[in-house]
Design a protein around this ligand. Sequence first.
Ligand code: CS2
Length: 498
Amino acid sequence: MRLNQQNLSELPAELHPPNYDRSRIKPGIVHVGIGGFHRSHEAYYTDQWMRLGEGTEPGDASQWGICGIGLREADRKIATVLQEQDYLYTLIVKEPGGGVEHRVIGSIVDFLLGCDDPAAVIQQMASPDTKIVSLTITEGGYNVDPKTGGFDATNPDAQHDVSSPQQPRLVFGYLTAALKLRRDRGQPAFTIQSCDNIQHNGDLTRRMVIEFARMQDAALADWIEAEVRFPNAMVDRITPVTSPSDIESLDQQFGLRDDWPVTCEPFCQWIIEDNFSNGRPEWEQVGAQFVSDVTPYEKMKLRLLNAGHSVLGLLGSVYGYATIDETIGDPLFAIFLRSFLDNEATPVLDPVDGIDLDQYKDTLIERFGNPNIKDRLERICLESSSKLPVFLIPTVRENLKRGKSVDHAALVIAAWCYYSDRHADRHGNALEVVDGQQAELQSAAKKTPTDPLAFIRIESVFGDLAENARFAESYQRLVNQIYADPDVSVLMQQIANG
Ligand code: CS2
């Protein structure tokens, strides 16, 4: 049986189909970037909230359906699948003990592809029904100039969007075109809500949107500055890439054909600043937390969970492992990770209200070890050049300032250099490397044998880190050792033992 609206009433109860009338749901949220993470997180929270109506009136929740947006050709596959399934999909939640819970999510009610019809996307964002435009455009999608921390105006797509505001390529062009229409029509602004893993994701989005708008129209930029809210938020749920076996399991167990389900862990967290331009869903009714300052939560999650992932991802890849659970299942990696978290990442964190950091780290290690979440290291390592400057390098800088150890992080970066150079593990087995800066990373890494600091001189990633003598010394020693013998376990052991 195909997953679609018509077949919903036929689905077995174990699939937990929506208990609300989807025909009443209007899109109040427009979401750019309908990947697995949006579907396991914001769409899941929204669906849970809609369910509170218990099959009668979804009440206010009916105003907060989601219209998904893909901007590029690469989004055509998800557009087609969701359109064929009336935007329904199955969330497969996998417990560490083997239990699996299924939930057919109904909160997405439309999907538009910007590259086919940019005007339709702009009109949808400008619609009076739209109150929030939320984003998962990845760490690299914010178009930050690494030198200034501002909007990279040299990006040809940004220049194209300035001269062709009705056919934008970047999300920023879509946002400003829609906001301009709202302003001209006397409608209230929408909230722009980032759901990406970036410190102060709202503040960063605000800066990028306003700086881009200023390139187009200074008066519009002033209006956005005054009217649009950009709440900061910490988002969390481990969501591996969907595998063919996830699709098969639905077919085998339920005879259900869902071409793009999403798998995730049971853990789920969303901490949001209560700062919205035009109303918001009552996500707090289903577990989200609204706070006045999200900074310590964001920092904790980025510097422990996301950095922890990169530690396992890069070292594990070079060592020859394939998934996070397999990597942390090796006691050497578990010990090294804990040592990194305790000795380098935690000392530079601020205390977090109501959270015991030791317990948080214990839970993290259990989550990473969930044997049913086959989170592949390729997913963790992809776009490391956008991730490490957010997840790991700020920790290095703070430790250097305080005169504290940076060896764990230096080893991870040295392993990343080897990985970027060889695109292979220590045995020579090929690794699939996906990174927007791949060519630059590889050519700098290749110079290592004669110029050991070449890799960390890539300014867009490391800034001026190579000029720090203590970091340079530690990194150079480790990278030389890895190039002499890529068995990183020996170095990991030495560093973890202090
Ligand atoms: C991961 C994250 O992208 C990464 O490298 O660390 O996708 C991580 O799984 C999520 O942030 C978990 O909330």
